[in-house]
Design a protein around this ligand. Structure first.
Ligand SMILES: Cc1cc2nc3c(=O)[nH]c(=O)nc-3n(C[C@H](O)[C@H](O)[C@H](O)COP(=O)(O)OP(=O)(O)OC[C@H]3O[C@@H](n4cnc5c(N)ncnc54)[C@H](O)[C@@H]3O)c2cc1C
Length: 485
């Protein structure tokens, strides 16, 4: 039991990119000894984590991709001397349930078939039956058009917001968006899983449209956001950022789970950890995923819309299995995306290193309820076996017959990581956006501030959003400290 008690101007809880960026920004106006970061895990970086394949080849089992429009993360990558490389792009494969395209539709329309029969089809996106491709393009256009009508920052004011918020994306797809086309429906459901790490039946249509509106289109989420990688890995970014803070004199307390925080506008806050350490601070930044706040006793408790907003958050679930193969057995595609009803895994990406002797690496993703199940009930070996089995199907029949020897694998089993338990981001349950009407970042009449990718105003669920939220919280803290000195 550690009974130490220390005083700081600012206590940052959580050493993910939001907490680290917040602390870094605070040093513009505070001395390093004014700031402490308290992190529950025994490492900094949170949902960024770089592991190694043989010969120390860095590979991200957490966040991996960036894109040119993500200015915050690019700035940090430059500052910390990391190299951005282009993600190879050589076409997308899809796995869908198809009713046979236009021919199938016509034969049903002319009564040749009495029921809708769908067969599973693995092909390139462009190789889809033309009717399916047209339906998917029309669906994407419709979602983008609906998204343009969502007021950024105030989605609850959108026309028909309550109806959109009470309907899941899957319900909307079945009833309105693509009732007669399982291919278009499946591809949109796969997109939703790939963005939220949650099933399309859990994500409100209003939330989906809000994120599409914030990022500028379904195709941005699906393609543009994955156009670059970081050669040394994004865990390395977090490690270097943490090391630079320590070098400048900021204390980072690792392995210290915060369990209590009593706070007031006039007297500041006391933060206590499970091992009995106590920290006094004038302001506290809670840079943890919103669902993690449930494990933390706040006194007074969060009330009003913010309390309801936090209570309504559920963590997405993702397992990322990265497998190196002896030879490249997939051709003509760098990415494969599958209707979640077809296979256990939904997404696979070629993440082979671009420099050095050729190596052949795929990142394969389990999402949502399947990720939760495979995390809780299977071993890493079983997950790898299933990931490889699915990838063989996802990349097509030719690939399925080529020899496939696994050299090594690593995984990010995020539902099993304590204090994170999750996915790229948490999401509000159906109907809660319109009920809480809240995007708060600080608690009125208090010394508490919030930072995490979940409360960024752009690139929510991405590293860029985490950095933006951390720097925004730092600016709020600096202003609050100025007005109270
Ligand atoms: C598999 C995977 C793939 C991803 N891919 C991408 C990608 O390609 N591109 C991209 O931009 N983003 C990606 N993301 C998302 C990105 O990693 C996150 O959005 C971002 O890193 C979140 O940062 P954060 O600081 O908000 O939260 P976190 O990184 O979760 O940091 C929060 C920290 O708070 C700590 N904490 C929680 N509770 C307590 C407590 N009680 N006391 C003390 N500490 C506590 C946690 O341990 C954690 O370290 C991915 C995420 C995952 C998991």
């Amino acid at each position: 039991m550690n009974s130490s008690s220390s005083s700081y101007k600012v206590i940052v809880v959580g050493a993910g990119l939001a907490g680290l960026s917040c602390a870094s920004k605070l040093l513009d106006s505070l001395a390093p000894s004014d700031v402490v970061i308290v992190e529950a895990l025994d490492r900094a970086g949170g949902r960024t984590l770089t592991s190694c394949l043989p010969e120390d080849e860095p590979v991200d089992v957490g966040a991996c991709w960036v894109c040119p429009r993500q200015k915050n993360v690019h700035r940090l990558l430059r500052e910390h001397g990391l190299d951005v490389i282009e993600q190879q792009t050589s076409g997308i494969r899809v796995g869908v349930r198809s009713a046979g395209g236009l021919t199938g539709w016509l034969s049903r329309a002319f009564g040749r078939e009495t029921t809708t029969t769908t067969t599973t089809l693995f092909t390139t996106l462009r190789g889809l039956p033309a009717w399916d491709l047209i339906q998917y393009a029309l669906l994407t256009r419709r979602v983008n058009r609906m998204a343009r009508a969502i007021p950024i920052g105030r989605p609850w004011d959108a026309k028909g917001a309550e109806r959109l918020d009470s309907s899941s994306v899957m319900a909307w797809l079945k009833e309105e968006g693509a009732p007669n086309n399982s291919t278009a429906r499946g591809l949109m459901a796969a997109t939703v899983q790939s963005v939220f790490c949650a099933d399309a039946s859990q994500i409100s249509m209003l939330l989906f449209l809000t994120v599409v509106a914030e990022e500028g289109g379904v195709e941005v989420l699906l393609e543009e956001a994955q156009t670059q990688r970081v050669a040394q890995g994004n865990g390395t970014l977090s490690r270097r950022l943490a090391a630079s803070l320590v070098e400048r004199g900021v204390e980072i307390r690792l392995g210290a789970e915060v369990v209590e925080c009593s706070h007031s506008a006039t007297d500041g806050a006391t933060v206590a950890t499970r091992d009995g350490a106590r920290f006094r601070g004038r302001r506290v930044v809670l840079a943890v995923p919103p669902p993690a706040l449930a494990g933390l006793s706040l006194e007074p408790k969060l009330a009003g819309p913010l309390g309801a907003e936090v209570a309504a958050q559920r963590m997405g679930k993702v397992i990322k299995v990265v497998v190196e193969f002896a030879a490249r057995w997939w051709e003509g595609a760098h990415c494969a995306m599958v209707d979640p009803e077809v296979l256990t895994t939904t997404l696979a990406f070629d993440v082979s290193p671009l420099q050095g002797p050729p190596r052949h690496v795929l990142a394969i993703f389990f999402f949502g309820a399947k990720a939760e199940h495979w995390s809780a009930t299977k071993t890493p070996e079983e997950r790898r076996e299933e990931a490889v089995r699915c990838a063989r199907l996802m990349f097509g029949e030719a690939a399925d017959q080529a020899p496939c020897e696994v050299v090594a694998s690593v995984e990010g089993d995020w539902p099993a990581v304590p204090f994170i338990r999750g996915g790229y981001m948490s999401y509000p349950v159906l109907s809660s956006i319109t009920q809480t009407k809240s995007y708060s970042s600080s608690v009125p009449q208090s010394c508490l501030h919030f930072a995490s990718t979940e409360n960024a105003s752009a690139w929510r669920g991405y590293m860029d959003g985490a950095i933006q939220s951390g720097e925004r919280a730092a600016a709020e803290v600096a202003e609050a400290l100025q007005t109270t000195t």
